[in-house]
Every structure is written in structure tokens, then in C-alpha cells.
Ligand binder design. Structure first.
Ligand SMILES: [Zn+2]
Length: 438
């Protein structure tokens, strides 16, 4: 890791960010802010502004010259599982079989403190190497895995929301807690990490089938008791899963309603998937402010279904985009957006580069209540920045060479680029990744 030698630097490149939600149109309205060949000023980890030249900058500013490259705010991945790097790209199952065959066995390793620490560091470094500077993350049920993950994020200055997974039924013995142990562990972790640096704690219900009613009630109680807690879970991913929830909670109107009844929905609730929802569910999401973390590569890979983004937005509900590794097949938010485009295309909806990139940056920051801190290149935001090559290799270079207009160019990048295009990543102004080949 090469630290920046000065607390003041000016970063040269093509700056792209968003001042508001650009909507679904292809025309770059006022929400799209593209400043080609500008200098972005960073001081003490914070963005101070941008200039079209460095003429006004004295010698106290270190110049970092990435001219000809794209500078974006760091990506925000709103749903990803740290231990599941071990099971990414596992063959031949749908959700419930996938959990039992691959994921539950793999997650048991993270009871070991050495495995937990090595895994957490590997995961955080991998996020940064994919251009993701902030994430909402599941570790495992083990307290030590949550500790290791939050410590690794803290050491790198990353904004992370995470918490020990809660699961007290329907999983192997090595992955079960109890209501009492879960409450004790959660309270200790909240005490240690919640609000420390850029960290926030999330009550982390794996999904309704693996928590008893008593455990869901405990989680709801802590949500009411501790200010600023997040909640993360899964909802309505797969039809067999939805049916199982119906059997386990026969009195409840819907899968989503299980969480609502226990006080787990609100502005800081992040629910992955949300494919099999009805109008009442969409209205409930809108009313509570809870967001759906759309996970397109996971939904395609596990054959879960096609996410109805427009229906949710039309109902007033909030949507972010997530990798959901290891059901998802890449930590790259660029690849994730390319998959999101295809999921919408299958339903006759066209995801513009503006909407996609907004959702993975400023939009995610906004849905998490963190837009004052990150997600854009506004003065005053933390300098969570990624510098990308516009193209690598003959195909990308040719496509960009013949592109006319900004959207065509940026959309081709969103569709063709991947993590290999990342030249450098900064977290709070510190360089945390730099590609060796320059
Ligand atoms: Zn997930």
C-alpha cells in the first residue's frame, strides 16, 4: 500500500459524479456532472473542490496525474457476504440447496479466529481491488468473524455497515446461536464498534427461516434501544424460500411482513433481493423507507428470478445495487451493473449508465443515510475515489473510439469494463490500491 506522501493532493482525470437521481432518461440532465480533464482537490482525506487547471495550485499540492482516465466516487456495495469468497462460482444449485451444500459448510470455518482474521483482510482488500470503498456486509454467526471484519474495515478507513449474523434454527449446529448468546454478542460488538470511525453496526438476521420469533423480537428490541443501528437481511429471493416462510410463519401476511411485525423495517433496513413481492409489500417498503438491495448476478446465477425495479420505484420504494457474493459471481460493481442492465432488458426496461452508476454511488449513499459523507465528488465529502481506465484491450478501445456522445461512451464502459480497469483507489484520501502495471 502506497500512502500519499502529502495530506494535500490534486488528482487529474475525467471526473464523473451525480448531483441528484438522474431518473431513467438517456439525456444527461443536470443530475449528471461530467468534468473532463479536471483536477480534484483533496486535503486531509476530504474533497475540497475541483479546477479545470492546476494553475492556481501552489507547490504544496502533490499532483497525481491520471489524465485520460475516469474518476468516480468509490462504489458502494449494499449487500455482500465476506466469508462467501470461499463459495463464489459453485455449480448447480438454487438458493436453499446452495446454502446447505456450499455455504453453510464453508461458513463454519470462520469460528476460528485465524481464519476469521485472514478472511476479513482478504475480503476488504478484494473489495478495494474491485473499486468498492464502502459496503454493507454479512460475516458469519461467529462473533469473532464480525470482530475481524469490522477491525479490517476500520484499519483501512472504510465506511462499513456489518454485524454478527443471527441464526438460531434450521442450520448446522456449528452455525447456530441462541437468543441469549446472540443478544450478548451483539451488545458487546455494538459497544466496541458502532459509531467508531466510519463503522456502524447492523442487526443481521440471515433470513426469516433461520431465526425463531424470540430471536426476531430480540433484534427488534435492540433496534429500538440503540440509536443509529442498521438492519440487514434477505427477503423474497426464491419461490421455494417464500413458500417455506409461509409454512414457518402461517399467521403472517407475507415474507416481508415477518420483519415488519418484529420492528425490523425502517430507513436503515437493507433487504437483499425482493423479487417475489406484491403491491402491499411494495407499499410497506415505501412507507417504512426500507431499501431493497438488488443483486442481479446472484439472481441470474441461482436462477432466482427477475427483479422489478421500476415497480418498486413507482411505488415509492428505494433501490440500491449489490454484488451478493457468493451467490453473485463478481465483487465488481461494474459487472454487477452490466448484469442489472440484462435483468431489466428481459422485462423491457432499459437501465441507463446514468441510473446504474448513480445507484451504485450517490444513490446508495443516500439510501443508507450517508450522502453527507460519501457517494459523490462534492466538496466536503470523504475522498473515497476510484480511477479507472476507459478501456483495456482492442475491443474496448475500438468501441470507445467510435462512440459518439457521452452516454454511449459511459454505457459502453459500464458494459465492457471490470476490475482490471481499476488503476488506483483511495479511501478517505489514502491510496489503498494501485495497479502494479501503472
Ligand atoms: Zn445475500
Amino acid at each position: 500500500m502506497t500512502a500519499v506522501p502529502s495530506s494535500k493532493f490534486a488528482l487529474r482525470g475525467d471526473l464523473l459524479d451525480f448531483t441528484a437521481d438522474p431518473g431513467w432518461g438517456i439525456e444527461p440532465g443536470a443530475a449528471v456532472r461530467f468534468r473532463p480533464d479536471h483536477w480534484l482537490l483533496v486535503e486531509d482525506g476530504v474533497i475540497r473542490g475541483a479546477h479545470s487547471s492546476d494553475a492556481a495550485l501552489d507547490a504544496s499540492w502533490t499532483r497525481i496525474d491520471h489524465r485520460g482516465r475516469l474518476v468516480l466516487p468509490g462504489f458502494v456495495d449494499t449487500h455482500v457476504h465476506a466469508p462467501q469468497l470461499d463459495v463464489i462460482a459453485s455449480f448447480g444449485t438454487e438458493l436453499l440447496d446452495w446454502l446447505n451444500t456450499y455455504t453453510f459448510p464453508a461458513e463454519q470455518r470462520y469460528a476460528d479466529p485465524h481464519e476469521a482474521q485472514a478472511g476479513a483482510e482478504r475480503f476488504c482488500d478484494a473489495l478495494l481491488a474491485h473499486g468498492t470503498t464502502s459496503a454493507v456486509v454479512f460475516p458469519t454467526v461467529h462473533k469473532v468473524s464480525a470482530d475481524a471484519l469490522l477491525a479490517a474495515a476500520h484499519a483501512r478507513g472504510m465506511r462499513m455497515v456489518a454485524g454478527k449474523v443471527l441464526m438460531d434454527r434450521n442450520a448446522p449446529p456449528g452455525l447456530l446461536d441462541t437468543v441469549e448468546s446472540a443478544e450478548r454478542d451483539s451488545r458487546e460488538l455494538i459497544e466496541r464498534w458502532h459509531g467508531r470511525g466510519r463503522l456502524a453496526y447492523a442487526m443481521t438476521v440471515r433470513f426469516a427461516p433461520t431465526s425463531t420469533v424470540a430471536q426476531l423480537e430480540m433484534a427488534g428490541r435492540l433496534m429500538r434501544e440503540v440509536p443509529g443501528l442498521y438492519m440487514q437481511t434477505h427477503v423474497a429471493e426464491n419461490r421455494a424460500e417464500v413458500e417455506w416462510v409461509r409454512e414457518l410463519f402461517p399467521q403472517t401476511r407475507s415474507y416481508l411482513d415477518v420483519y415488519h411485525r418484529h420492528g425490523l423495517l425502517g430507513k436503515r433496513a437493507v433487504l437483499a433481493h425482493g423479487i417475489w413481492l406484491d403491491d402491499a409489500d411494495r407499499a410497506l417498503l415505501a412507507a417504512t423507507g426500507a431499501q431493497i438491495a438488488h443483486s442481479p448476478s446472484s439472481n441470474l446465477f441461482l436462477g432466482s428470478g427477475l427483479f422489478g425495479w421500476r415497480a418498486l420505484e413507482d411505488a415509492g420504494a428505494r433501490v440500491s445495487v449489490a454484488s451478493d457474493v457468493g451467490g453473485g459471481t463478481s465483487l465488481s460493481m461494474i459487472r454487477t451493473l452490466a448484469e442489472a442492465y440484462k435483468v431489466q432488458a428481459l422485462q423491457g426496461v432499459k437501465l441507463t449508465a446514468w441510473k446504474g452508476l448513480y445507484t451504485a454511488t450517490r444513490g446508495a449513499a443516500l439510501t443508507l443515510g450517508l450522502d453527507h459523507e460519501m457517494g459523490s465528488l462534492e466538496a466536503g465529502r470523504m475522498a473515497d475515489l476510484c480511477v479507472w481506465d476507459w478501456a483495456l484491450g482492442a475491443v474496448g478501445e475500438r468501441r470507445l473510439a467510435v462512440a459518439t456522445g457521452l452516454h454511449e461512451r459511459v454505457f459502453a464502459w459500464m458494459t465492457l469494463a471490470d476490475e482490471r480497469h481499476l488503476a488506483q483507489a483511495f479511501v478517505a484520501g489514502a491510496s489503498r490500491f494501485r495497479r502494479e502495471s501503472g
